[in-house]
Design a protein around this ligand. Structure first.
Ligand code: 28F
Length: 637
């Protein structure tokens, strides 16, 4: 390829410097080198295919994870251009694949998913891959190029012919284990969650996901777009009316919202900008929320359901039971600089308010029975909020008075520095008794919880505050609850849930997780919440006793003991079967216990999962806890 000496050097130096920059500081480009960053590699490539769909040029995206954990993403778009790039003197596809931030569409027009970490472009993925290959089908030709750690192995070459209507781009990459050193691999469920979301907000596109490591496969295709998304979120709930959907273009900005109230107490509202899940919200979400509240107040007054003397519903009163999605498509989205998942374009708030206000307003006018049901729900919510405020004030006043007296059944520890102390929440009095005897009373406190605490998912805060078990927990923790939660008051550095390994135990654990998620989320976000891992088996042979925490571990212990020996194995059904010393040795002694750290990876996922967890099937509960709890061995005390 004839190259002007200078240009060739300049552009190849720019490429090499770019790759070096990415490999030296991956955190700047994909947010780190943990499992979230690994998933970002996939999202980055898929986002480019989604861009083709947003441009109306792609209707199908296939994602495959291969047995070696390499990933292939294929779209049936136009195919990345292969012509020689005027300035770079290289094929455009090589420029896109190797130059940072080169993926942006030429000139104006079209929407780019770029925003958040999404905008770095596929070149960052290429740089962080041991190897990467691109295949472009375009103009009845097939083009190919291979890279290693971002460096092209040869020029782009035509490798074959194809039919004129067979066009698209296929990228395969294998993450570089030199960069992603931790023992991590893609998580099917997490990727599925994101692909499902993408299909909801990119209506009409088929996204097929195949995991060759497990032969699990999912295909998403939602003709109904975000209306289907709202129906999916409400699948376990009683709805008050059909989904209210509107889609309009305002000055070149696509505005789309879907709204549906249910009998739940929780709120599930999600916002997207150019298909990015803006988890920190922004102007589109503000516009959605304020217009819903304004429309309900206007309707309630006009229909006489709110008397002149009644105060307006607040934003909180209209949020209970609200499921809503706002998805906007903007040619030039502005994201908040740090996390980049908050939309800042001011004009969008006005557009969303106008479009949603008009559509939701006329829906209530035309469907008075829906209007009445929604206003009735807001009325009960407003009253319950008052009751909760009064109950909370009562509890706070009461606990202010009794602040020094802690719940009678709390066996506190002598250490006062929260950094060095931990609270075991133990199911049942018998296990509570063993835990009190077996613990190290210097830094371990025990709070036995009797029976099943109130199913907090369905109840309101005022009732929950009235429940003795929950009040004992709140005062033992010292943080207050809900809006009054203050981490400063936390009396223990670690809160450890210790329940039986059986169905009841996992139900109690789920209720506690739901309570903490709904009313003390900071506790989880700041990494204070753990799950104790009692042993499943006790294996004794001659004078040797070993404990195993999983089937796999049991088989290994037996194998190490040698197949011929007669080892006696007992399966633990519950904590109560262990005497205090065994409970200490196996589950409480920091030297050899296993604690699972509860981390909420994604409020969306946790929110949805908790809804599901409150359903009847027990399996999702177990899956949730296994999926979301990381095991933390031998924590430094
Ligand atoms: C597997 C991941 O990356 N698909 C892509 C296109 C299509 C165009 C494009 C991409 C123009 C030159 C900047 C084609 N024809 N899937 C993908 N499909 N990039 S990435 O253009 C990139 C710009 O470099 C494309 C006409 N316009 C745009």
């Amino acid at each position: 390829m004839a190259t002007d000496k200078n240009n060739y050097d300049v552009s190849s130096i720019q490429v090499l410097e770019g790759l070096e920059a990415v490999r030296r500081r991956p955190g700047m480009y994909v947010g780190g080198t943990d499992i979230k960053a690994l998933h970002h590699l996939v999202y980055e490539v898929v986002d480019n295919a989604i861009d083709e769909a947003l441009a109306g040029a792609c209707t199908r995206i296939d994602i495959g994870i291969h047995a070696d954990s390499s990933v292939t993403v294929t779209d049936n778009g136009r195919g990345i251009p292969v012509g020689i790039h005027p300035q770079m003197k290289k094929s455009a596809v090589e420029v896109v694949m190797t130059t940072l931030h080169s993926g942006g569409k030429f000139g104006g027009g079209g929407y780019k998913v770029s925003g958040g970490l999404h905008g770095v472009g596929v070149s960052a993925v290429n740089a962080l891959s041991e190897w990467c290959e691109v295949e472009v089908r375009r103009d009845s030709e097939i083009y190919y190029q291979r890279y290693e750690r971002g460096k092209p192995k040869a020029d782009v070459k035509a490798t074959g012919k194809t039919k004129a209507n067979d066009t698209g781009t296929k990228v395969t990459f294998k993450f570089d284990p030199k960069i992603f050193k931790e023992d991590i691999d893609y998580r099917f469920d997490t990727l599925v969650q994101r692909f499902r979301e993408m299909a909801f907000v990119t209506r009409g596109v088929t996204i097929q996901f195949m995991d060759e490591r497990t032969d699990r496969q999912m295909t998403f295709y939602f003709e109904g777009g975000i209306t289907s998304f709202v129906r999916y979120l409400n699948r376990n709930r009683e709805t008050l009316h059909p989904v209210v959907h509107v889609e309009k273009d305002q000055d070149g900005v696509g505005i789309e919202t879907a709204i549906q109230f249910t009998d739940a107490y929780t709120e599930s509202v999600y916002s997207f900008a150019n298909t990015i899940n803006t988890i920190d919200g922004g102007t589109h979400l503000t516009g959605l929320r304020s217009s819903i509240t304004r429309v309900i107040n206007d309707y309630a007054r006009k229909s006489g359901l709110l008397k002149d003397a009644d105060p307006n519903f607040t934003g909180d009163d209209t949020r209970e039971g609200l499921t809503a999605i706002v998805s906007i498509k903007h040619p030039d989205p502005q994201f908040e600089s740090q996390t980049k998942v908050k939309l800042m374009n001011p004009e969008v708030q006005t557009y969303v308010t106008q479009v949603t206000g008009e559509a939701f307003g006329s829906f209530l006018e035309e469907n008075p029975q829906a209007g009445k049901a929604i206003v009735a729900k807001c009325l009960t919510s407003a009253r319950a909020r008052d009751a909760a405020r009064k109950a909370r004030d009562l509890v706070i006043r009461k606990s202010a008075l009794e602040s020094l007296t802690l719940p009678g059944k709390l066996a506190d520890c002598s250490e006062r520095d929260p950094e060095k102390t931990e609270l075991y929440i133990v199911e049942g009095d018998s296990a509570g008794g063993s835990a009190k005897q077996g613990r190290d009373r210097h830094f371990q406190a025990i709070l036995p919880l009797r029976g099943k605490i109130l199913n907090t998912e369905r109840a309101r805060l005022d009732k929950i505050l009235g429940n003795n078990e929950v009040r004992a927990l709140i005062s033992a923790l010292g943080t207050g609850v809900g809006d009054n939660f203050d981490l400063e008051g936390l009396r223990y550095g670690r809160i450890i849930i210790m329940t039986d390994a059986d169905v009841d135990g996992s139900h109690i654990r789920t209720l506690l997780l739901t309570f903490f998620f709904r009313y003390m989320a900071t506790l989880i976000e700041q990494g204070h919440l753990y799950i104790a891992q009692p042993p499943l088996y006790r294996i004794s042979h001659k004078n040797q006793i070993k404990y195993s925490y999983s089937e796999k571990e049991k088989d290994k212990i037996l194998k190490d003991l040698g197949a011929d020996v007669k080892a006696s194995i007992s399966r633990y059904k519950g904590l109560g079967e262990m005497n205090p010393d065994q409970l200490w040795e196996t589950t409480m002694n920091p030297e050899n216990r296993t604690l699972l750290l509860v981390t909420i990876e994604d409020a969306t996922e946790a929110d949805r999962t908790f809804d599901m967890l409150m359903g009847d099937a027990v399996d999702p509960r177990r899956k949730f806890i296994q999926t979301h709890a990381k095991s933390v061995r031998n924590l430094d005390v």
